[in-house]
Design a protein around this ligand. Structure first.
Ligand SMILES: *Cc1c(COP(=O)(O)O)cnc(C)c1O
Length: 474
């Protein structure tokens, strides 16, 4: 399988070439040149497969140059009961006769990002070994991404993680989850400033090309294609394990921020999975809901992004959205480039409302917005109705899902995190503490490992250079 850029200005590349890359050299995002198609007969044969085998069937074409046996072993080693709590890997839970949860937060950090990141850790390690290289991952996190990355990269050969977080601004649970890791290749850097400053520091380091090359600096942001591909698998698993008959329609609702998770649902549908409608849910940061209502995409600056009680969706520039627009424009790279490069830069927005592509988008995707009051009420109502406790992000998904149910079509809401990560909002909603998995029982009591740093790019560079070890020799 070859990969092409959404902006049409980069040479096609193989999976091994794009795995460790961020943006394509022309500023676009990589996508496979085509989506493999699975018919209903093939889907029927996939029913009942263990998760790792299903993942093999879905992912093999995307990772094609990798020897099949190697991929199979890697998937078996990734999707284990030990890492994800049970042999099922995912968890399906009904809320009522029509609506249910697609639980993909059973991994080590209790959020869906583990589903892809755990595989990415192995893919990166293998790719680096094959080329005899090393990687120093520098990232910024406000919570879930950083811990998922650290738990995926811990102990991996040739990889170090330098993760910046805003000192004292994450939930106590999230803080403990990250800082309690005691691994020589994981560096927690607590910056005495807000998340946006952490992100600016990362950008400054990646923007220094000489430093970046010398120290093999890389990132693991949500535009990485392998992350999207790994997420496609659980839509297949959720569909095949929940429908009465293969071929029946299913709607899915996805709490969204960077558009990565729902893009994976779109890809699954392009591959032939009978998903009928995709329901996109946002929180108060509603750029994507605004687009699906009006046809106008108007990303906001960081300063206009609101801090909410579903913090992992506090995003105002959906980095994966370009891939979806490219597909829905019939893969017209010239137009995609015009929208995302020229129009966004010159006027800060673009308008597709009069384009036939927008009508097609709205046939297959609807949206809605949630806010703090809705979120808290939804957590309480679902708890009282069904005894299922959901996290604040999932609650945004459930609230928007319920507004978009249609007779006769079941819907699954992607459960993007477990409630244990967000105790204070859960307490506000139901007046009790969420249950914790055994593995996290005493997490705040464990010793924490981090360094405190001023918001100073030179200090960050010096720290990286001091701890990046032998990478300098290459
Ligand atoms: C990352 C995250 C999201 C947003 O997912 P995207 O792929 O960025 O749309 C939603 N909920 C939780 C809990 C997350 O960690």
């Amino acid at each position: 399988m070859n990969y092409l850029s959404t902006r049409g200005g980069a040479p096609q590349a193989g999976f091994d070439e794009i795995l460790l890359e961020g943006l394509a050299p022309d500023g676009g995002l990589y996508l496979p040149e085509r989506y493999p198609h699975l018919d209903l007969e093939q889907l029927r044969r996939m029913q009942g497969l263990p998760y790792a085998e299903l993942a093999f069937e879905v992912l093999q074409p995307f990772l094609a140059p990798m020897p099949p046996q190697q991929l199979r072993e890697m998937l078996r080693a990734t999707y284990t009961a030990q890492a994800f709590g049970s042999d099922d890997i995912i968890r399906l839970q009904p809320l009522d006769a029509q609506l249910g949860l697609l639980g993909v937060s059973q991994g080590p950090t209790l959020a869906f990002k583990d589903m892809a990141m755990q595989l990415l850790g192995r893919l990166f390690e293998q790719a680096l070994q094959a080329r005899g290289s090393e990687l120093n991952i520098v990232g910024a996190t406000s919570g879930d991404t950083g811990s998922a990355a650290e738990y995926a990269m811990r102990g991996r050969r040739g990889i170090r993680v330098f993760m910046l977080s805003p000192f004292g601004r994450m939930s106590p649970f999230q803080t403990a989850q990250m800082y309690s890791l005691d691994e020589p290749n994981i560096h927690n850097i607590a910056v005495q400033d807000v998340f946006d400053t952490c992100q600016d520091m990362v950008k400054a380091v990646s923007g220094d090309l000489e430093f970046k090359r010398r120290w093999h600096i890389g990132t693991i942001n949500s535009i990485n294609w392998a992350r999207v591909a790994a997420q496609v698998v659980y839509y297949f698993a959720g569909y095949l394990r929940s429908v009465r008959k293969v071929g029946d329609p299913l709607d899915v609702a996805v709490p969204s921020g960077n558009f990565g998770n729902i893009l994976a649902a779109h890809v699954a549908r392009q591959m032939g999975l009978p998903l009928r409608r995709l329901v996109l849910a946002t929180n108060e940061n509603d750029v994507l809901d605004e687009f699906l209502r009006t046809g106008v995409y108007r990303p906001r600056a960081a300063a206009q992004t609101r801090q909410t009680s579903s913090p992992s969706m506090d995003i105002s520039k959906a980095s994966n959205f370009e891939r979806y627009v490219f597909d829905m424009l019939g893969r017209d790279a010239v137009r995609t480039r015009d929208l995302f490069e020229r129009q966004l830069a010159s006027q800060g927005s673009f308008d597709l409302s009069a384009d036939p592509a927008f009508a097609r988008m709205r046939e297959g995707m609807v949206s809605g917005r949630s806010d703090h009051a809705t979120r808290v009420r939804t957590i309480r109502e679902e708890w009282e109705r069904s005894g299922v406790l959901i996290d604040p992000h999932t609650a945004d998904g459930v609230a928007v899902a319920r507004r978009n149910l249609e007779p006769g079509v079941p819907m699954l809401v992607v459960e993007t995190a477990l409630p244990a990560k967000f105790e204070s909002t859960i307490r506000e909603a139901v007046g009790r503490e969420p249950q914790r998995p055994e593995s996290a029982r005493d997490i705040e009591l464990r010793p924490q490992h981090f360094v405190v740093m001023q918001p100073d790019v030179e200090a960050l560079k010096a720290y990286i250079a001091e701890h990046a070890g032998s990478a300098a020799a290459a």
